[in-house]
Design a protein around this ligand. Structure first.
Ligand code: KIV
Ligand code: ZN
Length: 502
């Protein structure tokens, strides 16, 4: 059985999804979850592209144990040196450099000849090798490149020291049998191909990214580049959960598997949604809300008789356990801490005290506390930010025959401020009051509310996106009262904007 390496690029290509930008703290939190999930390589960012990306690659390299940490770099000296500076303290590191090989890109975008592109690629792989042992090269837009030229470039970069050659379908143009044939040609024609791992990096413009990647595996690829929930540039990247579960479920066909701990898939997917604010469509394979929901009477009848009739993967395999009652109002600090540890959260004593206090408050309002509730209340502690504004109190009146009114008390610095506003609904009234106290000029781009678990006493989570002067942030708030959750989310986003402004 071959083991296919999983190269996760959620933090790099995934972050290129419109509206998905993540701050350093969020990237580190996600990278730690990727390590628990068991990915082989984490592409932590594109070090030269911004100070934030540099910081993310550096911090992840220093703090995340297990996977190889990688930075992207164009085939340029300054990029490669910057990638090295960000990576140098990481115990396991890789530089991933790339140059286009298609005539379309060379002629219209870079205005260089094929010869020049080849020479630059080789020189930059050599430069990267002078810093690290582990170098990956990508001939960008490979699927629209002349195959003989593509093979020539691959052979030359392997000769120069690349130990992974990644074949990107940059514009999501190829189809499974064509892509499989391309990988086979590379295996047959590139003389030194045995000295490198063939990787594939497929985009989903035609909805074929997972199928193309799997076809490549059948033809010799040993690494798949992918993202959680399939997020990424335009229509996204190959979705990790789809290829991993296809390989696991059809080992009989692929004779290959990955080292992914599939029971961490669901939690990883939820974390990506929470951090990026990009929800998963309900019918999305593996992680969609309906992926394990059986509606038809005939199917339900079969399932009751024997699960194998209509279920090819058990929900437990991807960590989707029946929502479990874990703690209640009488649970103590020790039980809370132990459950947090089992869920993968290690909080400092101060963070734990705050989280435990919140837990007790929620346990008073809500009879049953589930894992999802705990995750929601502690993830705010993990990704805590400096507070310019704190929500102290809130009073709302609303009804069918009265105008909604909100009185909001906020602490701004050391000052307590109180404002009352009317609106066309309670949220509108609260947001007007908060906007007036904070004097914000931001505009609300998105407002989403969802329930964390079932039942009318469930925790509600609100996610808002704000924008001011080209800076966009997301805020979260959770509470058993969705009106309070909405206020918390708005204040959280305003605090993030205040940090961004500083
Ligand atoms: O899609 C692409 O070609 C890329 C490369 C940088 C690998 O993301
Ligand atoms: Zn890409």
């Amino acid at each position: 059985m071959r083991i296919i390496k999983i190269f996760d690029t959620t933090l790099r290509d995934g972050e290129q999804s419109p509206g998905a930008s993540m701050n350093v703290q969020e990237k580190v939190q996600l990278a730690k979850q990727l390590a628990r999930l068991g990915v082989d390589i984490i592409e932590a960012g594109f070090a030269v592209s911004s100070p934030g990306d540099f910081e993310a690659v550096k911090t992840i390299g220093a703090e995340v144990e297990g996977p190889v940490i990688c930075s992207l770099a164009r085939a340029k000296e300054e990029d490669i040196k910057r990638a090295w500076e960000a990576l140098k303290d990481a115990p396991k590191k890789r530089i991933h450099t790339f140059h286009s090989t298609s005539d379309i890109h060379l002629k219209h975008q870079f205005r260089v000849s094929r010869e020049e592109a080849l020479k630059r690629s080789v020189e930059m792989v050599r430069l990267a090798r002078s810093f690290v042992e582990d170098v990956e090269f990508s001939p960008m837009d490979a699927t629209r490149s002349y195959v003989s030229y593509l093979c020539e470039v691959i052979e030359a970069v392997i000769e120069a020291g690349a130990s992974t050659v990644n074949i990107p379908d940059t514009v999501g143009y190829t189809i499974p049998n064509e892509f499989g044939a391309l990988i086979k040609t590379i295996c047959d024609k590139v003389k030194n191909i045995d000295k490198a791992v063939i990787s594939v990096h497929c985009h989903n413009d035609l909805g074929l990214a997972a199928a193309n990647s799997l076809s490549a595996v059948l033809n010799g690829a040993g690494q798949i580049e992918c993202t959680l929930n399939g997020i990424g540039e335009r229509a996204g990247n190959c979705s990790m959960e789809e290829v991993v579960m296809a390989l696991r479920t059809r080992r009989d066909i692929f004779n290959a598997d990955t080292k992914i701990n599939t029971e961490e898939i669901m939690r990883s997917s939820r974390l990506v949604t929470k951090i990026t604010g990009i929800s998963v469509q309900p019918n999305k394979a593996i992680v969609g809300a309906n992926a394990f929901a059986h509606e038809s009477g005939i199917h339900q009848d079969g399932l009751l008789k024997d699960k194998s009739t209509y279920e090819i993967i058990t929900p437990e395999t991807i960590g989707l356990h029946k929502t479990k009652l874990v703690l209640g109002k009488h649970s103590g600090r020790h039980a809370f801490k132990t459950r947090l540890k089992e869920l993968g959260y290690e909080l400092s004593d101060d963070e734990l005290n705050i989280a435990f206090e919140r837990f007790k408050k929620i346990a008073d309002q809500k009879k049953d506390i589930f894992d999802e509730d705990i995750e929601t209340l502690v993830s705010d502690e993990v990704t805590k930010i400096q507070e310019t504004y704190s929500l102290i109190d809130l009073y709302i009146t609303s009804g069918m025959s009265q105008q909604p009114t909100a009185a909001v008390k906020l602490k701004v610095g050391d000052e307590l401020m109180e404002v009352t506003e009317h609106g066309d609904g309670p949220i509108d009234a609260i947001y007007k009051a908060i906007a007036s106290v904070t004097d914000t000029k931001s505009s609300l781009l998105k407002f989403e509310v969802k329930s964390i678990t079932g039942g009318t006493d469930a925790l509600g989570e609100v996610v808002v996106s704000l924008e001011e002067d080209g800076k966009a942030v997301r805020g979260h708030g959770a509470d058993t009262d969705i009106i309070i959750a909405a206020a918390k989310a708005y204040v959280n986003a305003l605090n993030k904007l205040a940090v961004r402004k500083k």
